[in-house]
Design a protein around this ligand. Structure first.
Ligand code: 4AD
Ligand code: MG
Length: 504
């Protein structure tokens, strides 16, 4: 039996196999939290109801030991998963001695070094199950809309998104690069199949440590023949709505486990604002308001409230630490104050980070010039004002890739779209309409100093039955990070690869 199916056997005896996540002992009782990959279940071992050997085993079993455990299934809404097991017998399968990840707080580096074990923790389990739902919902959406999944190669001969982030490798003595986007191949396949999507690993040498960048991530890249920019945005909106609603329907338990407030996610049913780049710049600079909110003034106000909250937090910590020095304090009260101090210190760290960040964000907004590309902090400033993803379109052609279609009526603008996730998250999707003007495309390839001969096959797509077409790329980990409201993308993928991290 697996824990996710316990509801089928309530009142009956059953057998589970799994690992011990936690243990509490009471008088004549041992409470084991057992996980088996499908869920978690509290198992109660009562000294009066099991053999002396079983009770001894239950008392000595350690965190992350594996076991087989038998008992009667009882429904109990208050428990994780809603059921508990009244144990009749257990057998230890594999001992676990000095498991390194204990219930106490660990630093991020320590956890990352133990990623192979960290994956077993409740929070990581919940996040990666949500990732799984998102993956399945992505396939379901595209398959349901008549797209064909056709994968692009990983070894490639040329750059798609600029040459600076390429990982070079050796392909039988020839230099080759790991794919930084499957798009150009996607365009070829769209001319064969109409509507396609690729779903593959993507590699970018991003030599900086940010909360949004991985060196290896998964990108979903649909490409559609006979679609212009506005049809592209329609697809993006339906797509993201479908995926988020799917998570809300399937992963209530997981979202609750990670403490995700789902009110914002539920707003994906609302229309996503479509904002021309120029208006987005005005919002960033506080020259244009969003629902009566001014980006710059909001930041200044947040700065003030963070300052006063920090003062209150520091005073509270000092107060409790002084109290903890009083002689004769009861054990329970000591524990209460210590836990509270721990919590307050976490809040202190967050507030201090906010106080460090806001001045940087304000500076970046102040110095932003029309025509620039948005940096991560600019996206944060803009999207803090929204509760749904927004679509920023019509970009200065200079900041966009060579393949982006320029507006025939006003060639200053490229028909690109970036989708920025709300709550300060920023870009999760980049896409647009593709250039079909042969001469302009050739001009751009030269301007970007790309080797023309490597793009001859791509130009063939414009030589033989060229049609208007569009597409986009979704960064899977960025979407998971927003849906789960995580501070960093490193927890959205089982084994993250990023600058300074290739193990485990
Ligand atoms: O905006 P990007 O660079 O667009 C493209 O690659 C296009 N060729 C896609 C297309 O139109 N077919 O990347 C697309 C998305 C970004 O919006 C972001 O979500 C994600 O890929 N992404 C990253 N995610 C994690 N780590 C990185 N280093 C990322 N770089 C891009
Ligand atoms: Mg982009």
């Amino acid at each position: 039996m697996t824990i996710d199916r316990l509801k089928e056997v309530v009142g009956n005896s059953t057998s589970l196999r799994g690992w011990v996540m936690g243990k509490r002992t009471g008088k004549g009782l041992v409470f084991l939290i057992v996980r088996d990959g499908s869920g978690m279940c509290q198992c109660i071992v009562d000294e009066t109801k099991v053999s002396a050997q079983t009770f001894e085993d239950a008392k000595r079993i350690t965190q992350e030991s594996s076991l087989r455990i038998n008992g009667t299934v009882v429904a109990d809404e208050r428990q994780v998963g809603g059921y508990e097991l009244h144990v009749t017998g257990l057998e230890i399968i594999g001992e676990s001695v000095d498991y390194p990840i204990t219930p106490k707080e660990h630093g991020v580096d320590f956890l990352m070094d133990h990623r192979h074990l960290w994956l077993r923790s409740k929070r990581q389990w919940a996040i990666l199950r949500i990732r799984n739902t998102i993956i399945m919902a992505i396939h379901e959406f595209f398959q349901g809309e008549g797209f064909i999944q056709t994968d692009a190669p990983i070894f490639t001969g040329n750059a798609v998104e600029g040459t600076s982030t390429l990982f070079e490798t050796d392909f039988y003595g020839e230099p080759a690069y790991l794919s930084q986007s499957g798009q150009l191949y996607g365009e070829a396949m769209a001319m064969a199949f109409g509507k396609i999507y690729t779903f593959g690993p993507t590699f970018r040498a991003e030599k900086s440590k940010t909360r949004r960048h991985l060196s290896e991530f998964w990108m979903i890249e649909p490409e559609m023949a006979f679609h212009d920019l506005s049809m592209n945005m329609d697809v993006i909106e339906r797509f993201l709505r479908h995926v988020v609603l799917h998570v809300l329907a399937k992963n209530q338990m997981e979202l609750e486990m990670i403490g995700r407030d789902t009110a914002v996610l539920r707003q994906v049913t609302e229309t996503f604002p479509r904002i021309p780049y120029e208006d987005a710049v005005a919002i960033l600079k506080g020259e244009k308001e969003v629902n009566g909110q001014n980006a710059v003034k909001t930041l200044e106000a947040d700065m003030e409230s963070a300052k006063s909250r920090l003062e209150a937090v520091l005073a509270d910590i000092a107060d409790r630490e002084a109290k903890l020095k009083t002689p004769g304090m009861k054990k329970g009260e000591i524990g209460f104050h210590q836990a509270k101090v721990q919590q307050l210190k976490e809040e202190q760290a967050e507030l201090e980070e906010t106080l460090r960040n806001i001045p940087l964000w304000l500076k970046s907004a102040r110095e932003f010039r029309m025509g620039n590309d948005f940096g991560g902090s600019d996206e944060t400033v803009i999207t803090r004002l929204f509760n749904t993803p927004i679509m920023v379109y019509n970009w200065p052609h200079e900041v966009k890739a060579f393949y982006m279609k320029r507006d025939e009526n006003d060639p200053r603008w490229a028909k690109g779209v970036d989708v920025l996730a709300p709550e300060g998250y920023g870009e999760i999707v980049g896409g647009g309409e593709r250039e079909t003007n042969f001469d302009w495309l050739v001009e751009k390839i030269n301007e970007h100093q790309l080797p023309m001969e490597a793009f001859e096959w791509y130009l063939d797509l414009r030589r033989y039955g060229s049609v208007p077409h569009s597409g986009f790329g979704l960064g899977l980990e960025r979407l998971v990070a927003w849906v789960c409201k995580l501070p960093h993308v490193r927890e959205t993928i089982p084994f993250p690869r990023m600058y300074g991290r290739i193990a485990p």
